[in-house]
Design a protein around this ligand. Structure first.
Ligand SMILES: *[C@@H]1O[C@H](CO)[C@@H](O)[C@H](O)[C@H]1NC(C)=O
Ligand SMILES: *[C@@H]1O[C@H](CO)[C@@H](O)[C@H](O)[C@H]1NC(C)=O
Ligand SMILES: *[C@@H]1O[C@H](CO)[C@@H](O)[C@H](O)[C@H]1NC(C)=O
Ligand SMILES: *[C@@H]1O[C@H](CO)[C@@H](O)[C@H](O)[C@H]1NC(C)=O
Ligand SMILES: *[C@@H]1O[C@H](CO)[C@@H](O)[C@H](O)[C@H]1NC(C)=O
Length: 260
């Protein structure tokens, strides 16, 4: 990476433009830092990137694993709750709708009556959620499960289980507009690379597979610059991002097939 003249020049330009290097982006002191940086990645001795996803797929594929099952393209529509003997609402399962998706998802098929199934548990339900529609669905299902502002839930015929008026409130989005730049020259780091998933069609991928993962495809890193453009704020509001990947922009449902 360091030998790539254009990438080095790119980073040097950031520094010359008054953006100091951010040494560790994950350090709390870097939270609002203005500067240029490269995020850290986890790679193994074979220069292969590793991730939590890889671990989950490995466990799923392991013969000795009867426990972990993935339900892809499945919507959690409700947490099934009952009263424990102490009167505390207790989750005993999840109602799911296989094949269904949120309106923001690429596989959303339009409004439909969902066919649901119940999965019950012996021990506990652990919920991970995102931002959009999570309070409605299960912060995935909190509100549909009866957790939220009681009067609001009753307007939709949902029996309140726990009156928590804060659920679903105070969402603060950050407006984001992305501008993608086409560079005048190719980065020499990617000479001959076409960023395709088939090694027969991509000499760089073929080289990567045959030569101990030693080229830009192992890099996986990005160069990022955080700057502030607003006179009234010292927080960064502009992020410039460079990575050796084929990224045609944000295209609904099409990102994965082009990502490396
Ligand atoms: C998990 O394993 C099952 C059974 O082998 C398979 O059908 C499914 O596609 C796997 N899921 C993932 C996400 O790898
Ligand atoms: C749980 O118990 C409370 C108090 O007894 C009651 O008001 C509520 O309806 C019960 N909820 C469910 C889901 O049974
Ligand atoms: C799932 O459980 C809920 C709550 O007991 C029930 O209302 C619903 O009918 C169940 N759904 C199915 C498909 O069994
Ligand atoms: C709860 O919902 C009701 C009915 O939608 C609304 O009038 C009220 O302001 C809400 N309360 C809070 C604290 O958001
Ligand atoms: C950049 O690389 C692509 C793919 O290898 C090639 O088709 C294109 O001609 C190159 N452009 C320049 C300006 O070298």
């Amino acid at each position: 990476f360091c030998a790539d003249a254009q990438t080095v020049a790119f980073f040097a330009t950031l520094v010359a433009a008054g953006l100091p290097p951010i040494v560790d982006l994950n350090d709390l002191v870097s939270d609002r830092a203005i500067g240029g940086t490269m995020p850290s990645f986890t790679t193994d001795a074979d220069h292969t990137r590793s991730s939590v996803r890889d671990r989950l797929v490995n466990v799923n594929q392991s013969e000795s694993n009867p426990y972990l099952q993935f339900a892809l393209d499945t919507l959690a529509t409700r947490i099934l709750l009952c009263n424990s003997s102490s009167g505390t609402p207790t989750a005993y399962g999840v109602e799911i709708a296989p094949g269904a998706a949120l309106p923001v998802a690429s596989n959303f098929q339009g409004k439909a009556i969902l066919r649901t199934e119940n999965i019950t548990v012996r021990r506990e339900v652990i919920i991970f959620a995102g931002v959009f529609q999570s309070p409605q669905l299960a912060t995935n299902g909190l509100m549909l499960s009866g957790i939220g502002n009681s009067s609001h839930l009753q307007e939709f015929g949902i029996t309140p289980i726990l009156d928590l008026p804060g659920v679903g409130n105070n969402l603060q989005d950050h407006d984001e507009i992305s501008i993608i730049w086409r560079m005048k020259q190719n980065f020499s780091l990617l000479n001959g690379c076409v960023l395709q998933p088939d090694p027969a069609q991509d000499p760089c991928l073929e080289f990567w597979e045959d030569n101990g993962h030693l080229n830009a495809y192992s890099f996986g890193g990005t160069v990022e610059a955080f700057t502030s453009q607003s006179a009234d704020s010292s927080e960064h509001d502009l992020m410039t991002h460079w990575e050796p990947a084929y990224f045609p922009g944000f295209i609904r449902g099409d990102l994965v097939s082009h990502d490396i």
